[in-house]
Design a protein around this ligand. Structure first.
Ligand code: DAH
Length: 384
């Protein structure tokens, strides 16, 4: 503290000086010239007043809690200057002690009050500084909130559910882990059937158990559950293919299967249902075409195309400049499939179809890579 040297030898500014004070006392005593009792009341009062002034000056300069602490131990602490002086009260005449004690005590009270005020001022200043540093410019434009939304696949699936629900189709749930029998055999693909090559399959280590390659085994479950009642269901869900993942193929994706069975279900019904679906899903006035195709579980089989929703049939990269988008496979349920699963093909007929919602979303939004769907890239999720 700045005042230490100034007062050194005069009175007791710090712990070291307590010693020096007594040193000089011892000295003078030895000389026999001045008794300690000669340290007058005035001397001590003067010392006290000097301490008060110095403490006040120093306190006014303290700006943080470390400085305040140092100040406190320097002046008011157990080994501080004030205590140091008071220790010497013993050298005064007994009747003088209370008077000097009172002066000292008043100084102590004064300093304590000033200390508190200073502490409050420092805290206030710190708060002000923090407020200034953290101040918010309320004239800045706000940051927009980005609310979450459903994944594009979920939205597409829900659109499909709505459209078919209006046509009386119920959602039928079917397992993702299937038997070879349900995934293939009961759909008219006995072991060794060449059509099995259309589906690269994940087999489990349990013989005969696999991850379904399509939602078509849902047809088998529905027929076996409801036969001989009429059926109108869609079977949505995930399917799995043991395929290299590329821009056009994923090893996991969704399908929605459709199945209607009754006594007079015809190919016209199939066309009517699918046209209605295409108009609702892709917009009124779509042009569709049915191309002959092959699936083991339908006869006849078709693939349905609509005019490209991106270029309206003019030709673009999404439709590979053909003007057409392939949207699903379909057909009349094969008589053997009806028979395997509880319906007399002489009495009942049915149609079935299968579509891929990710692929539909790709087409609808002009997305060029199916891997975006499950790569969690926020840019893709914001775009659609
Ligand atoms: N299961 C077929 C596939 O994954 C799609 C399909 C085609 C389903 C024709 C059908 C259908 O119900 O009739 O490629």
């Amino acid at each position: 503290m700045g005042g230490t040297t100034e007062y050194a030898g005069n009175f007791v500014p710090g712990d070291e000086c307590v010693v020096s004070f007594f040193d000089s006392f011892v000295l003078t005593k030895q000389e026999g010239s001045i008794h300690m009792g000669n340290t007058t009341r005035e001397d001590i009062v003067q010392q006290l007043e000097q301490v008060l002034r110095e403490a006040q000056t120093t306190l006014a300069q303290a700006n943080n809690s470390e400085q305040i602490q140092a100040w406190h131990s320097e002046y008011l602490g157990r080994k501080g200057q004030l205590t140091g002086i008071l220790r010497n009260l013993g050298s005064l005449a007994p009747e003088e002690r209370p008077q000097v004690g009172k002066v000292a005590n008043d100084i102590k009270v004064t300093l304590e009050a000033e200390l508190q005020a200073r502490q409050e001022a420092i805290a206030q200043a710190a708060l002000e500084a923090m407020r200034r540093a953290e101040s918010v410019d309320i004239t800045l434009p706000g940051r927009p909130q980005t609310p979450g939304k459903l994944h594009i696949t979920t939205r597409t699936l829900r659109d499909i559910y709505m459209i078919f629900a209006e046509m009386g189709f119920q959602i039928y749930e079917s397992p993702e882990v299937e038997t070879d029998e349900y995934n293939f055999q009961l759909l008219n693909m006995p072991p060794g059937h060449p059509a099995r090559d259309m589906w690269d399959t994940f087999y489990t280590t349990t013989p005969g158990l696999l991850l379904r390659t399509h939602t078509s085994p849902g047809q088998v479950h529905a027929m076996r559950q409801y036969a001989p009642e009429p059926i109108r269901v869609i079977v949505p869900g995930k399917v799995y293919r043991y395929e290299q993942v590329t821009a056009r193929s994923e090893s996991m994706f969704n399908q929605v299967e459709g199945l209607a069975i009754g006594k007079h279900v015809t190919f016209s019904d199939l066309k009517g249902v699918l046209m209605n679906y295409a108009n609702q899903m892709y917009g009124e006035g779509r042009v569709a075409r049915f191309r002959k195709s092959y699936f083991p579980f339908t006869e006849p089989s078709v693939e349905m195309d609509i005019d490209c929703v991106i270029c309206n049939g003019k030709g673009c990269p999404i439709c590979k400049y053909s003007g057409w988008l392939e949207i699903l496979g379909a057909g009349m349920v094969h008589p053997l499939v009806l028979q395997y699963n509880g319906y007399d093909p002489g009495e009942f007929s049915g149609f079935a179809f299968g579509m891929g919602p990710e692929r539909m979303a790709l087409q609808k939004y002009g997305i060029d890579d199916i891997r975006y769907f499950y790569s969690n890239d926020a840019r893709m999720l914001e775009r659609v």
